[in-house]
Design a protein around this ligand. Structure first.
Ligand code: DX5
Ligand code: ZN
Length: 219
């Protein structure tokens, strides 16, 4: 279980690309907490999605915090651009960030909250090693790259283990974010396992955004 406030983070990957502003407004009206922006470079993962110009434009239409998830092979080339564009949270994958300590502190020095992301089979030891330098740890509950995939159940055990480790090591302030396959039907389980930032793409934008956010919140 987590002591942190639950934050709902709609993933714009599943929004209507030709009606992003309308969908952002609906997320605001529905009471979502932060907006999750999936940045993919066609290399770390096959798709190509959003760049800093998109984040800068988003920044002009909303005051919601922007949570930039960098699925890119060279995150060190990107963090400055996304911070300048108005990102509030920036997370980098442990699998492709050789100098995690330095990168996390660079993100913080740029005025953003810094996160480490772990793929579903990446050992938790990376989070143990970097946890003291991070504001949050993003545990993937699917393999990154695509929305609409099924939640991988082993996430729950990993999340519980990480929450317990953080709390036992003076790192209770570090938040755990979960990304992939989150819906109202499993939201309670992931919160019980210790996650408090819930990313949801197809679970929010499939159908009524207002209703879906409310269902996630009530779960
Ligand atoms: C996957 C992305 C996710 C994705 C989640 O690589 O990091 O943020 O948008 O989509 P759903 O919630 O549909 O699994
Ligand atoms: Zn994501």
């Amino acid at each position: 279980m987590t002591n942190h406030p639950v934050r709902i983070a709609p993933s714009l990957l599943a929004a209507d690309m030709l009606n992003i502003e309308r969908d952002v407004r609906a997320c605001e009206a529905a009471g979502a907490d932060i907006l999750h922006v999936d940045v993919m470079d066609g290399h770390f993962v096959p798709p190509i999605t959003f760049g800093p110009a998109f984040v800068a434009r988003l920044r002009t239409i909303t005051t919601m915090p922007l949570d930039v998830h960098l699925m890119v092979t060279n995150p060190d080339h990107q963090v400055e651009q996304f911070a300048a564009a108005g990102a509030h949270w920036i997370s980098v994958h442990a699998e492709v960030t050789p100098h995690l300590h330095r990168t996390l502190h660079r993100i913080k020095a740029l005025g953003c909250r810094a996160g480490v992301v772990l793929n579903p089979i990446t050992p938790l030891e990376y989070a143990f090693a970097a946890g003291g330098d991070a504001d949050f740890i993003l545990l993937m509950s699917v393999n990154p790259g695509y929305g609409g995939q099924a939640f991988i159940p082993s996430f729950l055990q990993r999340c519980e283990r990480l929450r317990t480790w953080l709390d036992a090591n003076g790192l209770s302030h570090v938040e755990i974010e979960v990304d992939g396959g989150i819906k109202a039907s499993n939201a309670r389980d992931v919160i019980n396992a210790g996650a408090n930032v819930l990313v949801s793409g197809s679970g929010v934008f499939g159908g009524s955004i207002e209703q879906n956010v409310a269902d996630l919140r009530n779960a």
